[in-house]
Write a protein that binds this ligand. Structure first.
Ligand code: HEM
Length: 458
């Protein structure tokens, strides 16, 4: 007989308030207490479900129709309502199939090469500046945003616009911070701030100007290959924006201008934010674990040549990749995946109530000793003892049909950026820099991450 998930001992509202005010600690408490999950009753709404068992998470994420995405509302709908990250159903299927080729193995190689070049340029800038202190999160946003725009839209947006974007993301982070609204009934509207409206308009305008330029380049009789700066040959898969614009000219495909704009806005954000966070967290962890940093440096010195690192170097960067993977476990930038329940649905030995919001908290599952030995320890070598593909509890890129389409980009690009920077610099971050993290749809530093960058000899 199916039963409901147990509720936490305190009153529903008290739990919902704790969830909205001290999310990280609350999640860890729930993770420790419940083997499978809990359903927090909320007055005036279906319960808020937190799944703590990775098998149940995987089952729910696999069943896209029973556990669909929550439709974008309020502030989230203002940026990119129809984009791939927020869409579901037939629209999602069509968009994912149109854009799929932009994420195949040749594009991954192009992304990796572009990331290697950008890391090499940044290393040059850091070396010229000598020892200095900077906001590591801002610096990593610059790297990943410029690489992503180059590979996805054919145009590196440059340092100034990347800086501006970082500011917009900080505004969005404040707007999307989890708060007491998780405990409010659905009919209570949550107002949007003026500064967020301006940031959203900025993202939309930037998206439109990127589209206009790409359209003009296509009309001109061809587009420069975004990875190498030369004319693309017919056999090479096109970048994402070219695929969208080409699909639009096919009368059988429904692709209104707003859809293209929303996809570009979506990928402007999804294409860089999590990767910038993951690099920030990995460099922070390496700064607190000098032995691991030494091993990354030694490997980078052995494998990388004099010029910019590239896709061909990845094979030799095993330790660096393990360190990155381990950082994604301890600080998964997408700390949770969100769904809702469509109709009463069985899940494992339970039944989940129609309309419940479902949170799959990757962050606390990744830190559960039932699934990871000494789970709080940063131990890159755990990934020599275990194959990440066989560990169901490890899912920084999610799982099921909506799993991250940019995973190959992130894994390859970040590995090269880490190797290149660590080879030449000590990036030192204060021990408490990640104590306060903002819980938005991603896990973000509240006020940047201060770091001292020092060139090293050798
Ligand atoms: C470390 C870096 C990254 C992390 C941790 C990450 C994480 C995730 C997660 C957890 C999801 C699942 C969301 C859901 O199921 O609702 C997702 C989806 C997605 N990611 Fe990533 N991501 C990363 C990098 C990227 C990059 C580089 C791109 C694009 C170039 C990207 C584009 C997307 C898109 C478009 C989706 C939606 C896929 C769909 O629904 O079909 N991500 N990502």
């Amino acid at each position: 007989m199916s039963r409901h998930l147990p509720a936490p001992p305190d009153a529903g509202l008290v739990n919902a308030v704790r969830f909205g005010t001290d999310t990280r600690r609350f999640l860890e408490g729930i993770q420790a207490r419940f083997r499978d999950g809990t359903a927090i009753p909320i007055p005036g709404r279906a319960p808020l479900v937190l799944l703590t068992n990775p098998d149940l998470v995987a089952d729910a994420l696999e069943r896209r129709e029973d556990f669909p995405r929550v439709p974008a509302q309020g502030a989230a709908a203002m940026i990119a309502e129809r984009g791939l990250v927020q869409s579901e159903g037939a629209r999602w299927e069509r968009q994912r199939s149109v854009m799929g080729p932009a994420f195949g193995s040749r594009r991954v190689a192009a992304y990796a090469d572009a990331a290697g070049r950008r890391a090499d340029e940044l290393a040059g800038e850091w070396a010229a500046a000598g020892r200095r202190t900077l906001n590591l999160h801002r610096a990593m946003t610059g790297v990943t945003l410029r690489v992503a725009t180059r590979i996805l839209f054919g145009e590196d947006i440059g340092a100034d616009r990347a800086e501006q974007f970082h500011e917009w993301m900080a505004v969005a982070g404040r707007e999307f911070e989890f708060g007491l609204e998780v405990a409010l009934p659905d009919w209570v509207p949550t107002p949007v701030s003026d500064e967020f409206e301006q940031a959203a308009a900025g993202v939309r305008d930037l998206s439109e100007s990127l589209i206009e330029r790409r359209r003009a380049a296509l009309a001109d009789g061809g587009v420069a290959d975004s990875a190498h700066g030369d004319k693309s040959d017919d056999a090479a898969p096109a970048d994402m924006l070219t695929l969208l614009l080409t699909a639009q000219s096919n009368p059988d495909v429904e692709m209104p201008d707003e859809q293209i704009r929303d996809e570009v806005a979506t990928f402007l954000i999804a294409g860089h934010e999590t990767t910038a966070l993951s690099l920030t967290y990995t460099l922070s962890l390496l700064s607190w674990h000098p032995e691991a940093r030494r091993q990354v440096r030694e490997e980078a010195r052995e494998v990388l040549g004099d010029g910019p690192p590239g896709h061909a170097d990845l094979e030799g960067l095993e330790y660096t990749r393990r360190a990155y993977r381990e950082a994604l476990r301890l600080y998964p930038p997408a700390w949770a995946v969100f769904r809702q329940v469509d109709g009463d649905q069985p899940l494992g030995e339970y039944v989940l109530e129609d309309g419940s919001a479902v949170i799959c908290p990757l962050y606390s599952i990744h830190r559960d000793d039932r699934y990871f030995e000494a789970s709080e320890t940063f131990d890159p070598d755990r990934w020599t003892r275990r194959d990440p593909d066989d560990v169901d509890a490890y899912m920084p890129f999610s799982t099921g049909p909506h799993a991250c389409v940019g995973r190959g980009f992130a894994m390859s690009g970040a590995t090269l950026v880490l190797a290149r920077l660590v080879r030449e610099f000590d990036v030192d971050v204060p021990e408490d820099a990640l104590d306060e993290l903002r819980i938005t749809p991603t896990l973000r530093p509240v006020d940047g991450v201060p770091a001292t960058v020092r060139p090293v000899r050798g």
